[in-house]
Design a protein around this ligand. Sequence first.
Ligand SMILES: [Zn+2]
Length: 470
Amino acid sequence: MNIKFPVVSLVLLILPGIVSADWFEDFKAEATKEQLHQFLYEMPKGGDLHQHLSGSGFAEWWFDLALSAKADGYLYYTKVKLNNCREHGWQGFKTTPYHLMFQTIVQNTWQALPECERDEYLPFSELSDKQKNAWMNSIRLDKPHEGREEFFETHWQRLGDLTANPYLRGDLIQRNFQAFADEGLIYVEPQVSAFGYRMPDGTPIPPEDVAAILRERLAKPDVKATGLTYRFQQAILRFLPNAEQALEQAYRFVSENEPYVAVNMVGREDHDKGHPLRFLSTLRKLRHEYNNVRLSIHAGEVDEPNYHVRDTLLLGADRIGHGLNLITDADTMRLMRHGPYMVEINLISNLLLEYYTDYSQHPFPEYLRIGIPVALSTDDRGMWDSTMTDEFYVAVTEFNLSWAEVKQLSENSLRYAFVDESVRDEMLETFQKRISKFERNASNTGAAGFSTQSAPRRSFICRRYDICRP
Ligand SMILES: [Zn+2]
């Protein structure tokens, strides 16, 4: 067989496509900040393994969806003034204080209020432009004085009854999927609670029915068209008195309801009632019965040094959410180098929730460069008013990432996804194909190839990096 021809042709074909090892260093040196941001937007990405669905909705989406929920029988009201009907007190969603403005309730809740309080609310359809903007701003963490307290104690409470509508939740999933697909993601694994939903008249909806409503929404063409692969997590609030019982319910639910695959534990870790070892005996009991539930758990998202990451690995978690104070635990750091456990990194979240005043203190580059598996994720990007592209922008510019490191982050976000091996391999192959093509094009065109302005420029990237809407 004459093999000369194919060998020579192959060499000739490959040569023009060879990508110089340091093309990305040249790219970074040459690109404007807008070009780099656009490049990162167009860049194919892997998955987002850490995102809370309610926190992932942008304010304008929530507003639109609240209005259109009328079609499903849900009419929403929001608090626009205070008549001082009460001196203090709690009402509505969990622990919502009376004085909190812009808390949102469904008509049925509104009707049950005394007249003095009913007068404090307006239906969404009657809000003025000023009130509409104020409502949207009230669920964005975008002011210098806003931080951890504002986020944990007012944002979720303001959303109130909006988070108890399963149809609205389905539409929110669709919008999220579309936005992530536009950013070039292949996979998402949102935390989507199936508990605590109600019909417009207040009748509770069982979690199995919620899952069925969501599956129906996921089967619609506009979700399928995004092409995303997805799995869901069910989270529990870890510091509540009945958290063990909630964990058992979540386990059973995840075990029996697709597309749920994993349980997570959330809630501020500076509230010590939710410490990891509290759940060890419950999880050991659950593992006697269930064989198909994965664990990704928030741990180390706290200022003080402690052993929460180590203890959370003992709970059986394969992935750690945040893992910020892992840096203070030398033994666990050594254990995790080149290890089977991944840390889900949320750079924008950590800054806005004041775990760091600037990125020079963040442990991410230390984890990345000593071989602790890490991937970038968005946590509550709706409330940060940011994107996955922005997470990459922060990582590349604050920590001078190499091209190999950028690709590694996306690969990790697929390699550690809670999916079967065959699905994982297929996603990794898709990513390799897409990123190789992108790399060839980008190294040819250089920064000049990224001068269009199609990347969303939300308020975080504008405020912090001065990359603003044209
Ligand atoms: Zn989180």
